[in-house]
Ligand binder design. Structure first.
Ligand code: ATP
Length: 513
């Protein structure tokens, strides 16, 4: 198992080498926390979006889509609370001059106790084998209990600090826990200050006539302000949902870790409008449904864990994260939030326009409650990419690097390769592509030896590799190689479509999710 930093480095260099992700404006040495998706990256990203959109909109009668503008009236952000409260507590280390999120420093410290518990559980499993009872072990082992008490205590204190917005207490906690800067190793910290994460710009070209507007920090508000437009024109009945994929911008204090935390990123959000009082039922429903959707990708259930929030945002009455085991460890991939009627009520107040639904069964009007599912597209990209990147030792002792992407998400579904560049084999390969390309993205590849081409397609993540040889010209058969098993079969060209379709169609994923 590779050390996490090495694994992240491998992911970054593989993504660059094969045209998945490039640093933005690289010829000018890049722009921090901004990335461009290359020729294969954009395909993977589009396929992830398609998987999400189909699962959310096409598969659910009561969910419809929206594409709202990035710029919104500045009052939107007053109503949502972002102007006032979309802050992160930041702290600087005076020696390294590095800036950190104060709460994240403490959470990382708490995570160390969790890791200790995890190690004790592993030891217990080894020692007791099949007789190991994890629940009993967690409840009775003295080491585990001590560490769990520490976690509970520290989380309790953090919760209290956030409730009281007590920045001085946050600083005290960092001092008390002896947290040191990972770069300088020193504990020489500044005070904790609040930092607003919204980017602002100006609207209007006439000097003096400009007004300050913000780049949206989340896509959700575009949905809330269109709630009535969609409900009325779509004749939607509660419960119903509005889904949207779009860019969001946050001036993150700490933007490291590749595409995990960017300043410009993309969200896939769905707001589900429900009857007041029924929101927690729907919250549980969407929590489970979203987990199934992620796990259907087949990356491995062990990559996921839940994290119920102790610190609730100002608008929520329940919130949970689906965390993923990224190369840097478990971190948030998607948030499921029960947002109450906070947003619709706030927009009602700030706009002076009613945002209510008349419920024909209850015969009354109300502000619906909202359950939201919000996943970062770039984080999902990183999750899929990093979990798929593997290095294998083959039977003959050689190494192969394979990107075992879920076939439905792979940029190319099939590579078609003429064995040689002569005797009409390239024309035959193009003929096959001309037929398959109506249904699948295909790549023609005639450079290097066939072995090298296989390795290249493995590294790109193409699920099928079809080779056209001299026999093909005689009997219209080809060899088809499977990326994962490396097994090769001789099949009729006329069967290719069905063989590929069987493995790469979204349908199977959607049925599991
Ligand atoms: P975090 O605690 O990691 O900053 P958050 O709780 O602020 O995330 P939300 O506001 O719930 O995130 O946003 C919903 C989703 O958007 C997140 O689950 C994440 O996948 C994604 N996301 C948020 N911020 C970023 C970012 N800076 N870069 C990439 N994706 C992001």
């Amino acid at each position: 198992m590779k050390k996490s930093e090495d694994k992240l480095k491998d992911v970054i260099s593989h993504a660059k080498e094969y045209g998945y992700v490039f640093p933005s404006s690289e010829i000018y040495d890049g722009l921090s926390a901004t990335y461009d998706y290359g020729q294969l990256g954009v395909e993977l990203k589009n396929n992830i979006k398609r998987y999400w959109w189909t699962a959310m909109v096409q598969m659910n009668d009561e969910i419809v889509g929206l594409d709202a503008a990035i710029f919104m009236h500045p009052k939107t952000w007053e109503a949502s609370g972002h102007t006032e409260a979309f802050n992160d507590p930041m702290i600087d280390n005076k020696d390294s001059k590095k800036r950190y999120r104060a709460d994240v420093l403490i959470e990382e410290h708490i995570e160390k106790y969790r890791e200790k518990i995890g190690k004790d559980v592993q030891k217990g499993k080894k020692r007791f084998g099949d007789d190991f009872d994890e629940a009993q072990f967690l409840a009775t082992n003295p080491n585990v209990k001590r560490n769990q008490e520490k976690i509970d205590l520290l989380e309790g204190r953090l919760e209290e600090i956030f409730k009281n917005d007590d920045l001085a207490a946050l600083k005290d906690m960092i001092d008390e826990l002896g947290i040191a800067c990972p770069i300088s190793g020193s504990k020489n910290w500044t005070d904790v200050r609040q930092f607003n994460l919204m980017f602002s710009t100006e609207l209007g070209s006439v000097a003096g006539d400009a007004s300050k507007i913000y780049l949206r920090p989340e896509t959700a508000q575009g949905i809330f302000v269109n709630f009535l437009n969609v409900q009325k024109t779509g004749r939607m009945k509660i419960p119903f949902g509005i889904a949207q994929i779009g860019k969001a911008f946050r001036n993150e204090i700490v933007a490291r870790q590749f595409i995990f935390r960017m300043r410009e990123f993309e969200q896939m959000e769905m707001q589900y409008f429900v009857r007041p009082g029924e929101e927690l039922k729907w919250y549980e429903h969407w929590k489970e449904k979203r987990k199934r959707w992620h796990k259907a990708l087949g990356l491995g259930d062990e990559f996921y864990r839940d994290h119920d929030h102790i610190q609730l945002a100002h608008y929520a009455n329940a919130a949970s994260d689906i965390e993923f085991d990224f190369p840097m460890g478990f971190k948030e991939l998607e948030g499921i939030h029960s947002r109450t009627d906070f947003d619709l009520k706030a927009h009602e107040k700030h706009s002076g326009k009613k945002l209510q639904f008349f419920d024909p069964e209850l015969k009354k009007s109300y502000n619906p409650y909202v359950v939201e599912t919000s996943v970062g597209l770039d984080r999902l990209f990183l999750a899929v990419f990093s979990a798929s990147l593997k290095s294998e030792t083959l039977e003959d002792g050689s190494e192969r690097v394979v990107l075992s992407l879920p076939p439905a998400l792979a940029p190319y579904k099939v590579a078609v390769m003429p064995l040689t560049k002569k005797d009409g084999l390239p024309d035959k390969a193009m003929e096959i592509i001309d037929d398959l390309k109506f249904d699948f993205s295909c790549q023609y590849d005639d450079k290097d030896s066939i072995g090298k081409r296989y390795r290249r397609q493995d590294a790109i993540g193409t699920p099928f590799h079809v080779t056209v040889d001299h026999q093909t010209l005689e009997d219209n058969t080809v060899t088809i190689r499977d990326r994962d098993t490396m097994k090769q079969d001789r099949v009729a060209i006329s069967d290719l479509h069905d063989i590929i379709e069987e493995k790469v169609s979204l349908k199977k994923l959607l049925q599991k999710g």
